[in-house]
Write a protein that binds this ligand. Structure first.
Ligand SMILES: [Zn+2]
Ligand SMILES: [Zn+2]
Length: 572
């Protein structure tokens, strides 16, 4: 039996966890960055793999996956054989267990963590707290009162529940919807819940279906090969967990009230509460099963969401807007925005090539992939600090050559500069003037006057846009306390744009900030910040974010041609 056999092998999430820990420990030992990165990439790959990685490795097929070579495959086999990667066992013996926990604190990077351990002999988070309280950390050069304060704050924060990123949930739920649709017993099948609303992270993945034979469909669902564990199963409901640790809920519902139930299980709670309250005022009682006229006792059921919303006096509301933030009034008055779509985008203004050491694919590969997607232009915005000592010129001439090759597609010479602590940029102005497109971003020291730094950067005549404004990383660190309203005001005043960064763990600006910016009249770029070819697909996440921010096509900068954008830049 497949389910039983697979359950005895380590889960993908556990295998990935070992590689992440190994990467942490290597980082603490001061190991070379490329090895650390290789393990982190492998962990990501394993976590998002739809098949049991342990089985693949045993069959010798794990190395067919991108980012997984022979060495990593043999390490996966070690986990199956002995429970742990040998190198991990070795490193664990060298590094005190508590030191790896230091890396969980957003206030500490690996270098500082290592110094605290080796130079001060601190090996547990409790000792770390005591040292910070006794102001002993500042005896290390470069550490001060601010760091101690941040460490104490971080230690006091409760560990957050890790939620699944939309980038991982979305393809998974789509794949399941697709196989269920193909099953002969099914009629309607739809994603529901937060994934359908495209929230940036989700907990469970919800699927709603109608079926001629509900039992046959739930049986089939629970026996799919990616299922690692069946948590619950009845005739019309099943909950399963996949090898990569995702929890799926399938509900098979009666076709006559499919519209009611799909609407109900799509949520959000805020949206549904507002919907019910509005209905009560008109003598209607809404539940997941139907809409009851309180006076006559008649119950209305809907086969589709459209019918349901219409019955309640609304236009159909796109799931991304169902947040209880004014969408019901808009839907009642026929004032819902025509939301931007992926197909509206004409180019991407933020991505990296192997000129940036942290990226994976060549400039030519990235530009060609953008062209093949049907874009009219792309800006390659490699990190400025990788373009020193003649590399800026060398990269420039590569761009020049490719430009001719790819014409009429527009390959733009972009750059991403870091905003220093004093608000200056880490690249000379005269070189920025040679670029078509300049992004400026916060990449470190996030707590040190982020607002002032960004405001200063926007004053620079060459800076076209600010990247990932709040620098948050979902599940890792909160965004900086940046005054978004001030930034938006300054952006309008200086002619600087902001972006919605589509990286799965960034999605920065977040929806409420992007909406605020859009309502103020600022144009936002939706960009991928891709560091590899596959990441071009993430644009869909950025567009989903823009849709949750109520943005229409004309509010998004890169729905325009490059020649239109050129005229909108501050230097025009
Ligand atoms: Zn960046
Ligand atoms: Zn970037």
């Amino acid at each position: 039996m497949i389910v039983g056999m697979a359950a005895t092998l380590p889960r993908n999430a556990d295998v990935a966890g070992q590689f992440d820990l190994l990467a942490d420990l290597l980082e603490l030992s001061g190991e070379q960055q490329f090895r650390v990165l290789a393990y982190r990439r492998a962990a990501d790959q394993i976590r998002s793999s739809g098949s049991p990685i342990a089985q693949l490795a045993l069959d010798g097929h794990a190395k067919d996956l991108p980012g997984i070579g022979k060495t990593i495959e043999s390490k996966i086999v070690q986990i199956v054989d002995s429970g742990e990667i040998e190198a991990l066992t070795k490193r664990k013996a060298e590094i005190p267990e508590g030191v790896a926990d230091f890396l969980r604190l957003p206030a500490l990077g690996p270098k500082t963590a290592r110094r605290i351990w080796q130079e001060l002999g601190i090996t547990t988070t409790e000792e770390l707290r005591q040292a910070a309280e006794a102001q002993r950390l500042r005896s290390l050069p470069g550490l001060g009162a601010k760091t101690e304060e941040r460490i104490l704050k971080a230690l006091d924060e409760k560990p957050q529940e890790k939620r699944t990123l939309l980038a991982m949930a979305l393809p998974a739920v789509r794949a399941v919807v697709e196989v269920l649709r193909e099953h002969p017993a099914s009629n309607e099948v739809s994603e529901a819940g937060s994934v359908r609303r495209r929230t940036e992270t989700v907990r469970d993945l919800d699927i709603i279906a109608t079926a001629a034979d509900p039992g046959a469909l739930t049986d089939y669902f629970a026996s799919l090969h990616w299922v690692a564990e069946v948590e619950a199963k009845g005739k019309t409901k099943a909950t399963v967990v996949s090898h990569d640790g995702l929890r799926f809920d399938l509900r098979v519902v009666p076709p006559d009230s499919y519209g009611n139930l799909l609407q109900h299980f799509t949520g959000s709670k805020e949206h549904n509460v507002a919907l019910r309250e509005d209905a009560v005022r008109r003598g209607l009682s809404v539940s997941e099963y139907g809409v009851k006229d309180v006076e006559s006792g008649e119950v209305f059921t809907a086969r589709s969401e459209e019918e349901l919303y219409e019955h309640l006096g609304y236009h159909w509301i796109p799931p991304e807007l169902r947040q209880g933030r004014g969408e019901l009034e808009a839907a009642k008055n026929g004032e819902l925005p025509a939301l931007v779509e992926v197909a509206d985008l004409r180019g991407d203004l933020h991505m990296h090539s192997t000129w940036s050491t942290d990226a994976k694919d060549s400039l030519e590969a990235m530009a060609t992939a953008a062209k093949d997607r049907g874009y009219e232009y792309v800006a390659i915005t490699d990190h400025a600090h990788y373009l020193r000592e003649g590399r800026f010129d060398a990269q420039g001439s590569e761009i020049e050559t490719l430009r001719k090759k790819l014409a009429p597609f527009r390959l733009l010479r972009g750059i991403e500069v870091s905003i220093r602590v004093d608000g200056t940029l880490d690249f000379p102005d005269e070189d920025l003037a040679r670029c078509d497109w300049v992004m400026a971003s916060l990449h470190s020291a996030f707590e040190r006057s982020p607002t002032e730094r960004v405001l200063t950067a926007m004053e620079n005549p060459h800076v076209d846009a600010i990247g990932h404004l709040t620098a948050r990383k979902l599940n890792k660190r909160e965004g900086t306390d940046i005054a978004v309203d001030k930034v938006v005001e300054k952006a309008l005043e200086t002619g600087t744009f902001l972006e919605i960064n589509s990286q799965p763990d960034r999605l920065d600006l977040r929806d409420t900030h992007a909406r605020l910016a859009g309502e103020a009249g600022l144009l936002l770029a939706i960009s991928t910040d891709a560091h590899e070819l596959g990441a071009l697909e993430f644009v869909e996440l950025g567009v989903a974010q823009a849709r949750r921010a109520w943005l229409q096509k004309d509010q998004v900068l890169n729905t325009r041609s490059w020649s239109q954008i050129e005229k909108l830049r501050k230097r025009a």
